[in-house]
Ligand binder design. Structure first.
Ligand code: DX5
Ligand code: ZN
Length: 222
């Protein structure tokens, strides 16, 4: 079965002093802009508070895929949905009432997404399959861009694909995705790809998004 491919570049490795320009460089060729929100509690790094994130979300020419790596995310997630993010990912490890929060994200008009850190098993969260529009399987420990892709997460991606079955749920991988690693994630069943350093450390970020998409699309037709 072939899946529709989505490329969602992460701006974590973009130039934070001119994010508007950086987003504009990839907006036309991307599906969503992946916004990594980190609080220095859930992960040992800080990116944006809600005010700073809001201004990025409101000014972005392309809809936002918010990846919330923040502790006690239940209420915060609803704020991100209400402000207009196309998709809001909460982490299973950071959420008190997963089902209630996923439902609230949807009720506020966003796609609901559940993210899992590398050591978290998908089997423990399979029961939420009808409450999500996307699963995000981390292929690095969350916190930083530029880390190496964890190939040993592919079994988890495969299991997640099995759990999804024929539901129209997106399966996103995040961490270390590049022209070298995307094939492994495709083979395991991922259809939605975050790429941070591969895109923004490239001399032509838009061309890299296009190259990733073309490779993934051609791979699906093999
Ligand atoms: C890591 C973030 C990722 C990160 C990916 O915690 O969730 O979105 O930006 O960056 P790369 O593609 O460089 O691994
Ligand atoms: Zn991310």
């Amino acid at each position: 079965m072939t899946h529709e491919i989505r490329i969602t570049p992460s701006i974590l490795n973009a130039d934070f002093s001119q994010l508007d320009k950086e987003i504009a460089r990839v907006a036309e060729v991307s599906d969503l802009i992946h916004l990594d929100v980190m609080d220095d509690i859930f992960v040992p790094n800080f990116t944006f508070d809600f005010a700073a994130a809001s201004s990025i979300i409101k000014s972005s020419p392309l809809a936002i895929d918010a990846h919330l790596m923040v502790a006690d995310v239940d209420m915060i997630a609803i704020q991100y949905a209400e402000i207009g993010c196309a998709s809001v990912t909460i982490h299973a490890e950071a959420t008190k009432n997963i089902q209630q929060t996923l439902k609230a994200i949807r009720a506020a008009g966003s796609r609901s997404s559940l993210g899992l850190k590398p050591k978290t098993q998908i089997q423990d969260y399979a029961s939420f399959v009808d409450d999500v529009d996307m699963f995000l399987i981390m292929t690095v420990e969350p916190g930083f861009g530029g880390q190496s892709f964890m190939q040993d997460m592919m079994e988890k991606v495969r299991r997640t694909r099995e759990i999804i079955g024929d539901r129209p749920i997106w399966l996103q991988v995040d961490g270390g995705i590049s022209m070298k690693t995307i094939e492994m994630a495709l083979d395991a069943g991922a259809d939605t790809f975050v790429a941070g350093s591969a895109v923004f450390n490239s001399p032509d970020p838009a061309a890299m998004v296009v190259a990733l998409r073309e490779f993934a699309t051609a791979h699906g037709k093999r």
